[in-house]
Unconditional design. Structure first.
Lengths: 213, 215
């Protein structure tokens, strides 16, 4: 049973630091072997989870949701009202989307999501976060100098645009709904979903390109 | 806890490593992610005790180890803490008391397990909310040394409540193994309030804060 004793935990970490092999691949191999031998999980099940998050659960889900919101005003209203429940219409609910919030970019607002304290992310909707999202650089700078961070991603903001940074400090998770780009009139959901990028749904991209497909 | 993990607003970091654009740089990282989906945590572990465990890594390790290396090492810490593994087992990867093999789950099984993992952290409030949307609120100036989700950069700061989410399980208590519900608010702070007069007055930073964090 977990002890919830911080000082004990820190002491165990120090002990592990001086005994574990430095190569993390060896550490993970030992962890996998240990939990498989205990009968906590089968190796084939680990393979299935890898497949689930590489082939089925990823940013294409979020892109589909955004495209639907662009096409269907009633869905857009449901998404902005309660995103956690709206994504159940697609069966996309799951890990870290139980309290999903959708925030919409406008002509005068740009939204951007970070988790400064760890790396919280709406996994079941966007898949695994990109490495840069988990970097100390992004976590430190996104809240303090979001415009400089956005410039590094190539995002130019007009003078009349306010930046809203959402720091995911509780169990709420955020999805940025980018603006539908010009030149996409008459496009169907598949075509629209294909131009919605993961970074646009994190908020490190703003203007989607209609010619990107 | 005023730990190294509390990175928001820390200065001196260079450009965002935008080129690191994929979820996993190495195969072992993907393996670690998959393992962490699979319910291998010791009995009684809460999400915030897991997070606090990562925060309790040595500060140099926290800043330099790969993200999923921190997860893996934290699993070992949690196992030793809970008495389910000893150092020998961790170093060899061999269990002294093996169990019967786990059932094999198919792709459909794990996709269904993922759908069911949309955990609801809301709970019944023990008291009426102290604040309402539109209220001006000020955060605590100091925090305890345990796990908390009030970052250092947002302490003793005044902002505006823009949403009230009812009661959610308080992270600080979750890291102590206790389930305590408290009202949760989304609070918006102007950039100058957090970073001083040089900050852009058009911009805001928004945090989700429990009532406990507000004075």
């Amino acid at each position: 049973m977990a002890t919830f004793d911080s000082e004990k935990a820190a002491a165990i970490h120090r002990h592990l630091h001086s005994h574990l092999p430095s190569d993390p691949a060896l550490r993970v191999k030992a962890l996998e072997s240990l939990v498989v031998e205990r009968g906590l999980i089968a190796p084939e099940t680990i393979d299935a989870w890898v497949e689930a998050y590489s082939e089925h659960i990823g940013p294409k889900r979020g892109a589909r949701v955004v495209a639907r919101a662009w096409l269907d005003d009633a869905f857009r209203a449901r998404l902005l009202d309660n995103a956690a429940s709206a994504i159940e219409e697609f069966g996309f609910q799951g890990n870290a989307t139980g309290h999903l919030i959708a925030v919409e970019n406008t002509d005068t607002t740009h939204n951007m999501v970070v988790c400064t304290l760890c790396s919280c992310y709406p996994f079941s909707l966007l898949g695994i976060s990109p490495s840069w999202y988990r970097s100390a650089e992004y976590r430190a700078r996104a809240v303090r100098e979001p415009r400089k961070v956005l410039a590094e991603f190539g995002v130019e903001l007009g003078d009349d645009i306010a930046v809203r940074v959402w720091d995911s400090t509780a169990e709420l998770r955020y999805l940025v709904v980018p603006q539908r780009p010009a030149g996409t009139d008459g496009w169907d959901e598949d075509a629209l979903a294909a131009i919605v990028t993961r970074n646009a749904m994190i908020g490190t991209e703003r203007v989607l390109l209609a010619g990107a497909t | 806890m005023d730990g190294i993990h509390d990175l928001g607003g820390k200065e001196g970091f260079g450009p965002i490593p935008i080129g690191d654009d994929t979820p996993f740089a190495q195969a072992w990282e993907e393996r670690m992610w998959a393992l962490s989906r699979a319910g291998i945590l010791p009995p009684g572990t809460t999400i915030d005790w897991f997070r606090h465990g990562v925060e309790l890594l040595g500060p140099r390790d926290y800043l330099t180890w790969a993200y999923f290396n921190k997860w893996c090492t934290n699993h070992f810490m949690l196992q030793i803490d809970a008495g389910v593994s000893d150092m020998d087992e961790i170093l060899t990867g061999r269990a002294k008391e093996p169990g019967p093999p786990a059932p094999v789950l198919s792709l459909d099984d794990v996709l269904e397990a993922n759908r069911k993992a949309n955990t609801d952290f809301s709970t019944r409030p023990a008291a009426a909310p102290r604040f309402a949307v539109g209220d001006s609120v000020t955060t605590r100036a100091r925090m305890h040394s345990g796990h908390t989700r009030l970052p250092a950069y947002a302490r003793a700061a005044t902002g505006t409540v823009i949403a009230h989410h009812g009661a959610h399980l308080l992270a600080d208590e979750g890291a102590r193994g206790r389930h305590v519900g408290e009202h949760l608010y989304t609070v918006s702070f102007t950039a100058p309030e957090l970073w001083g007069e040089g900050a852009d007055p058009r911009d805001t930073v928004t945090l989700d804060l429990w009532e406990n964090y507000l004075v």
